[in-house]
Design a protein around this ligand. Sequence first.
Ligand code: ZN
Ligand code: ZN
Length: 72
Amino acid sequence: MTYPVHAAETAPAVAATADPGRTVVCSACGCRLHHAEDLAGWTHFAPVSGRDARGCQVACADQVHDARGISL
Ligand SMILES: [Zn+2]
Ligand SMILES: [Zn+2]
């Protein structure tokens, strides 16, 4: 007995993937990040007391992120 073979049944679970060197989004809240050359990383826009510019209350609002949007 033969069964049909489905090779590509498992699609990878795609999360918010950052485009290196281009738009980087925060892995925690998905907001776009701003490249800070002096910090050698990416930061949230205008964080105010632990919240980013869109109002997300994330631990990384004041932190530097890497090219994948993960806070360091
Ligand atoms: Zn963040
Ligand atoms: Zn956010």
